[in-house]
Design a protein around this ligand. Structure first.
Ligand code: UGA
Length: 437
């Protein structure tokens, strides 16, 4: 099948390569020339495990090309819209300008029976509005809203073998036809018994918003428990293990620490609150305000704990922050808790060095005032305290004896609760976790 993918960011680039892997003939389109040049040369424009291999494999088949021209979408039977919906400056609501312009610019290149598939995360009601725009120009073109649930760092697997497909479709024959076409696109994963659910547009849009809200709530729940554990002298990791054994609760997404960041959860819960307000349902989501507040308090708590760890004042202290990405296996630093903490520590008088295996270049663009050191041994050298904020494997597996020889003072704050307190204390370190005695 001939497919176009509009927007080649984290979502679109992986989607385009994955669709080619499934056997389709794909063109990926983006206005960012640098990104398109990279992709066209088989280079991933960001760090995502497995993507470089997938790009090379797909391009070797000749079924994957990239372009900056929307005109190259013409001739495709299915068009995926994968552009970003960031938070609007100074507001909670999502900025839909990229979605709106993608639809506006794509419409002239649609022909009769095409299917347009929206994958971007949008406020409920957007699909209905976009469908009306398309219908004016191309009455036989059908829009499907097919939210994406991929996680950065696992994007290739999540795209090729997702937990489920959700199709938001119009009623009647149009919806049935679009479902059939999208089933052909996803034939391989569907044959592997991936569940596929069809529903109306609004429900499909809300599935995505509520899934991310639930995940954010789960993380803030355990972080709230960490606050109580701190006050009571209890251990939140043991608590999470114990409650997680109840199938109804589950252990996943119950890791307390510095909290969630990234380009999705923070802005999605805010956009959801904003949209609920417009719909007159703001009370229903007022708990998300608390979810957000608990999450932001984690960052201040890390700063506070670091100050305590170094003896009450950060002024003149050399602090090394381990990890800059919002999570491991990613170079994404959008709303990264690590960088926000690093900047706070620096503002409060510490001399901060940030290290990360993949995210330093993006970090420098966002926080040029911080010092960066790619080599971990050099980064920790002569530090008065280490603060682990992104749980990359190399930090989880650090040997306290080896690292102990490099630092000036053996003090560590484990902002992700991934180190063994006993091992570190036995090696002579002052260890502090988050919600751990
Ligand atoms: C999230 C969702 O998990 C995806 O399903 C969704 O498709 C995606 O947003 C999106 O909307 O595009 P992602 O932002 O890649 O995916 O990252 P997550 O794995 O959800 O992690 C988000 C943040 O929560 C990270 O900062 C992570 O460190 C933090 N986290 C996660 C915790 O603090 N504790 C946990 O137990 C789990």
């Amino acid at each position: 099948m001939r497919i176009s993918v509009i927007g080649c960011g984290y979502l679109g680039a992986v989607h385009a390569a994955a669709m080619a892997k499934l056997g389709h003939d794909v063109v990926g389109i983006d206005v960012d020339e640098r990104k398109i040049n990279d992709l066209q040369a088989g280079r991933a424009p960001f760090f995502e495990p497995g993507l470089p291999e997938l790009l090379t494999e797909a391009q070797d088949t000749g079924r994957l090309t990239f372009s900056t021209s929307m005109a190259d979408a013409s001739g495709a039977a299915v068009h995926f819209v994968c552009v970003g919906t960031p938070q609007r400056k100074g507001e909670y609501a999502a900025d839909l300008s990229y979605v709106e312009s993608a639809f506006r610019e794509l419409t002239p290149y649609l022909s009769g029976e095409d299917i347009v598939v929206g994958k971007s995360t949008v406020p409920v009601g957007t699909a209905e509005r976009m469908a009306a725009c398309i219908a004016q120009a191309q009455p036989n073109t059908v829009l499907v809203w097919n939210p994406e649930f991929l996680r950065e760092g696992h994007a290739v697997k999540d795209t090729l073998a997702p937990d489920r497909f959700v199709y938001g479709v119009p009623t009647g024959e149009a919806g049935r036809r679009a479902t059939k076409v999208l089933d052909e696109v996803y034939a391989a994963p569907l044959a592997n018994s991936t569940p596929r659910l069809t529903m109306d547009y609004a429900t499909a849009e809300l599935v995505k918003a509520s899934a991310n809200s639930f995940l954010a709530t789960k993380i803030s729940f355990i972080n709230a428990m960490a606050e109580v554990c701190d006050a009571a002298g209890a251990d939140v990791t043991a608590l999470a293990d114990a409650i997680g054994m109840d199938d109804r609760i589950g252990r996943k997404f119950l890791n307390a620490g510095v909290g969630f960041g990234g380009g999705c959860l923070p802005k999605d819960i805010r956009a959801f609150m904003a949209r609920a307000g417009e719909l007159g349902a703001d009370q229903a989501l007022s708990f998300l305000r608390e979810v957000d507040a608990i999450n932001m308090r984690r960052r201040s708590r890390v700063v506070e704990l670091t100050r305590e760890l170094v003896g009450g004042s950060l002024i003149g202290k050399r602090i090394t922050v381990l990890g800059a990405a919002f999570k491991p296996e990613s170079d994404d630093v959008r709303d990264s808790p690590s960088l926000s903490v690093a900047a706070q520590l620096e503002l409060q008088g510490a001399t901060v060095t940030v290290t990360d295996p993949e995210a330093l270049s993006n970090s420098k663009d966002r926080f040029p005032e911080l010092s960066y050191e790619p080599d971990m041994a050099s980064a920790v050298s002569k530090a008065d305290a280490l603060v682990l904020l992104t749980e990359w494997k190399e930090y989880r597996n650090m040997d306290p004896k080896v690292v102990g020889k490099l630092v000036s003072s053996k003090k560590i704050l484990d902002g992700r609760n991934v180190l063994s307190p006993k091992t570190w204390r036995d090696a002579g370190w002052a260890y502090k976790g988050m919600g751990r005695p």
